[in-house]
Design a protein around this ligand. Structure first.
Ligand code: AVJ
Length: 321
């Protein structure tokens, strides 16, 4: 176990320049400025995201939870007994409980996350609630090749779990690359993945432009985080939230729009913004059941079952590896 939470934290403390500083600098230097959505999730951002999941307009979380709950017996039948679950990008480890509750004698659970901060505490709570389950968190970047603990003797299928439509944050090329890696890792087992579906753009628009402004606060938190961690001097009211559906590319785009001509300093470097110039902060791709299954085939999977809600807002796929 070369990668463990404590070693990672020690390495983080020693890091001279954070990933955030480096990527923000690179992102602000491009003609279309951008920053990866992975930086949304500091403590404040994670809290705002939890509030997004409760919003009346934000249907994905509650719809996926409903599908996982209602279809759990069918999902469990596909997976079988003594399974080993590997979750890609595990946050608070709540959705996996729906799966664990439905499975017969799940053996091992390996939540993989780039941030070890809350992983060990969440793992400990899970150990308390599932005393027969071996919970083995890994701090790693799951978009890079990684080595899983070797399979236990007599274990059932190795099953990847990738809920929340996180796949939608990847470009089509990145999504294919991730699925290819996952397919290799899960050979002989499968991937259980939740993805958001293409739908009426008005519903999509509402989900990312909520009336209470929580999504706006989530987006703007990136600038507050930069001010907190990197001592940048973004003015809190200098930017506004923008989110729209890019129909040809089947994705929601989120941006931060400069309200006026202004300049920001990062690491002694000055970045000038025109009025209306944007920082692209997120893509959230939407899929059809068929487009997702075609992508999975391209990555080497055999798409098996798919579950959706009656309104076809969201989908959960069982892809055999
Ligand atoms: C966690 C990437 C699935 O795209 O819907 C929610 C993030 N951004 N509101 C999404 C998000 C704005 C979310 N994902």
């Amino acid at each position: 176990h070369a990668f463990n939470v404590h070693a990672f934290r020690a390495a983080q403390r020693a890091a001279p320049l954070s990933d955030f500083a480096r990527e923000l600098n690179a992102g602000l230097s491009q003609p279309q400025r951008s920053i990866s959505p992975k930086f949304f999730y500091d403590a404040a951002g994670s809290q705002l995201f939890d509030r997004i999941c409760e919003l009346p307009e934000y249907y994905p979380t509650r719809t996926e939870v409903r599908i996982l709950t209602e279809c759990a017996p069918e999902i469990a039948a596909q997976i079988g007994r003594d399974a080993e679950i590997v979750e890609f990008g595990a946050g608070s480890l709540t959705k996996v409980r729906l799966l664990l509750d439905a499975l017969e004698s799940p053996r091992r659970y390996v939540p993989i996350d780039i941030s070890g901060e809350h992983l060990e505490a969440a793992a400990e709570r899970l150990r308390t609630d599932y005393p027969r389950l071996a919970v083995q968190p890994m701090v790693a970047d799951y978009t890079m090749p990684l080595v899983l603990p070797s399979r236990e003797k007599g274990a059932g299928q190795r099953v990847g779990f990738f809920p929340g439509s996180t796949l939608g944050n990847f470009s089509p090329e990145e999504a294919l690359a991730f699925l290819q890696l996952a397919c290799r890792l899960l050979r002989g087992g499968g991937l259980l993945m939740g993805v958001d579906l293409v739908k009426d753009p008005a519903l999509l628009h509402a989900a990312y432009n909520d009336a209470q402004g929580v999504t706006a606060a989530f987006n703007l938190n990136l600038l507050r985080r930069a001010n907190r961690e990197l001592a940048t001097d973004f003015e809190p009211d200098g930017f506004t939230h923008a989110a729209f559906y890019n129909a040809p590319l089947q994705r929601i785009e989120m941006h931060l729009v400069s309200r006026r001509a202004q300049a920001v300093t990062l690491d002694g470097q000055r970045f000038a913004f025109d009025e209306g110039e944007t920082i692209h902060t997120e893509n959230s791709y939407k899929f059809t059941v068929d487009s997702l299954r075609a992508l999975a085939v391209e990555a080497g999977f055999r798409p098996a079952a798919v579950w959706t809600d009656p309104d076809r807002l969201f989908s959960v796929h069982w892809l055999q590896a």
